[in-house]
Design a binder for this molecule. Structure first.
Ligand code: CA
Length: 221
């Protein structure tokens, strides 16, 4: 199994490399988020062991970089951040598993093996509400089989709401999920994205897919 280890601590990176190589993995190393993205763009990996606190580009940004791939490696986040909110944040950004440092090396190996066994079908889901379908692998949306062309941000918003149906997302949360590393985005710009998405859905005959919760945010019930 090809694994990319993304870790800025030299000691930990070296010990992970030694241990995983001894456990039968083929290992590549990246010391920061920019190098990680470069490796991920250049080579195929089955798995990534990803630190969150990284120089140049943090682990969440690396997850963001990966999330629209049709063929994506499994990502195990290995981080000292031990709050439930950290875990939820990373999992929502596309991590497949999360292990808190300090960790037992055998547990890391067991989890990587478990990830490798996890069926691919789980990732091949499409999301539907009524006649609206969204295929995350192809990043395509259709209404009753007729393609609906969305801007990248409209698509990402729709995917977010469809993946978490029934959950209300505030503008700030949506901004956080959609903007990645862009700095020019604002709450106001989210309203523009929602407005544009609703208009396209309405043109396709779907008028009330996205609900507004006054003062709190948006959801697809
Ligand atoms: Ca670190």
């Amino acid at each position: 199994m090809n694994v990319l280890i993304v870790e800025d601590s030299v000691r930990l990176r070296d010990s992970l490399a030694r241990g995983l190589t001894a456990a039968g993995f083929t290992v590549d190393l990246a010391a920061d988020g920019v190098a990680a993205c470069h490796h991920l763009d250049s080579f195929g990996y089955e798995q990534v062991v990803l630190d969150l606190g990284l120089p140049r580009k943090d682990g969440l940004a690396v997850l963001h970089h990966l999330r629209h791939r049709s063929k994506r490696p499994r990502v195990l986040v290995l981080s000292a951040r031990d709050q439930v909110s950290d875990r939820i944040g990373a999992l929502n950004k596309g991590a497949d598993d999360y292990l808190v440092k300090p960790f037992a090396f055998d547990e890391l190996v067991a989890r990587l093996h478990a990830l490798a066994r996890r069926p691919q079908e789980a990732r091949l889901l499409s999301f539907s509400v009524g006649t609206l379908n969204l295929n995350p692998q192809a990043r395509q949306v259709d209404v009753g089989g007729v393609p609906l062309l969305l801007t990248p941000r409209q698509y990402s918003l729709l995917e977010l709401l469809l993946r978490h149906r029934g959950r209300v997302f505030t503008r700030t949360e949506i901004l956080d999920r959609l903007s990645g590393t862009e700095s020019d985005a604002s709450d106001k710009s989210i309203e523009v994205v929602v407005f544009g998405l609703r208009r396209k859905l309405a043109q396709a005959g779907l008028t009330d897919v996205i609900e507004t919760r006054r003062g709190s945010g948006y959801l697809i019930p």
